[in-house]
Design a protein around this ligand. Structure first.
Ligand code: MG
Length: 377
């Protein structure tokens, strides 16, 4: 039974377009199901998390990352008596707006879009579910509940917040639902841990330096004490499962203590709290920051990752400029969506939507079609 402060069908702020209630499903189950059936969700399979899709079959993609976030999120939601269906819907949708090539792609597209309002993947995720999916007869987008959309828009500048119904909280200083708060941290738990795993698999980071970190080192010592010299793959997995477990348990215990203290009687009282109620204890928060800094310095800045980042920038920037200066290079289906007479900011946004929707491999192919003389157009 969800707690009184959890999101529920009864306390939901509803959908933008009125629809009849689903049969045998709740409102947030319907949201989750619509997300899974969207085209943007299927594309996550071929979008980079850290490693480009063609670098290896075992690395995380945006799709497997999103599934891991949903798994961690659901476990936390159940332990805290929160709404599991809403948690799962937010987790599965949180990265729908990501460009190809991960953060490198987003930074490049943001630079191209600077004169036209910029590009931000969170806002793009909301744009995907609000308007870019075109499959329902009666509305654009997926017509998701307020709570799912609120969870998707996890950051937003004050300048842009006024444009969105779910952006109001960035102006009023309100908190999102507890389900949205926990998805944010489930995302962090998932990517920090799987990036360690993928980084080790790619030999870009080493066990010896990871052992110096609190989170990794304490789990490593425990595994060694229990099992002695394990083969590397088992050792890494035993360490990472302990790290995830420590983070998740700390998050559940700290948050449940904070919820008891604040004692909100409804989701509206969650929204008016001065601080988020979901969070880590101070020692675990510090250990988590240490791991993030390590990954930033040693993995995300590794020359091998930087080289891919640089290629991604070339591809995204090259495609944007080519399409912007000559929209007739766009495939007819996309040209059809762009009114060539319209002002340039409108054209730029349509091109950004097209680029952001691309998978890694589609972007590479488009680039070759346009810039490589030998490649068929
Ligand atoms: Mg994510």
């Amino acid at each position: 039974m969800p707690a009184p402060y959890a999101a529920s069908d009864q306390n939901s702020r509803g959908r933008r377009y009125l629809e009849s209630d689903p049969n045998y499903r709740g409102q947030f189950q319907r949201d989750r199901d619509r997300i899974i059936h969207s085209a943007a969700f299927r594309r996550l399979e071929y979008k980079t998390q850290v490693f480009i899709n063609h670098e290896g079959d075992l690395f995380r993609t945006r799709l497997t990352h999103s599934l891991e976030v949903a798994q961690i999120g659901r476990a936390i939601a159940r332990a805290l008596d929160l709404n599991e269906d809403l948690t799962e819907a937010i987790a599965l949708a949180h990265d729908l707006g990501h460009t190809p090539f991960g953060h490198a792609g987003q930074d490049a597209l943001n630079a191209c879009m600077k004169p036209f309002g910029g590009f931000e993947h969170n806002i793009q995720s909301l744009r995907v579910v609000n308007r870019l999916e075109k499959k329902y007869a009666q509305f654009d987008g997926l017509n998701l509940t307020f709570e799912t959309r609120e969870g998707i828009l996890k950051h937003c500048s004050k300048l842009l917040a006024a444009q969105f119904e779910v952006g109001q909280r960035f102006l009023s200083g309100e908190q999102p639902s507890l389900e949205a708060q926990l998805c944010n941290l489930a995302d962090e738990i998932a990517y920090n841990n799987h990036d360690v795993d993928d980084g080790l698999r790619a030999h870009l980071i080493e066990l010896d330096s990871l052992r110096q970190l609190d989170l990794f080192g304490s789990a490593f010592d425990e595994v060694q004490q229990l099992y002695g010299n394990l083969e590397k793959q088992r050792l890494i997995h035993e360490v990472i499962r302990r790290m995830i477990n420590r983070l998740v348990i700390d998050l559940i215990e700290t948050s449940s203590q904070r919820i008891r203290t604040a004692n909100p009687s409804s989701i509206e009282e969650v929204r008016t709290q001065p601080q988020p109620l979901i969070g880590f204890s101070h020692p675990v928060w510090t250990a988590n920051i240490e791991l993030k800094q390590f990954l930033r310095q040693n993995l995300y800045q590794h020359f091998h990752v930087r080289r891919m980042t640089s290629k991604a920038q070339t591809v995204v920037t090259g495609l944007f400029e080519a399409f912007f200066h000559d929209p007739l290079l766009l495939p007819p289906s996309i040209q059809y969506q762009i009114n060539l007479q319209a002002e340039t900011s409108w054209r730029a946004r349509a091109i950004a939507d097209y680029l952001a929707g691309m998978t890694d491999r589609y972007a590479f192919t488009e680039y070759a079609r346009i810039f490589e003389p030998e490649y068929p157009a």
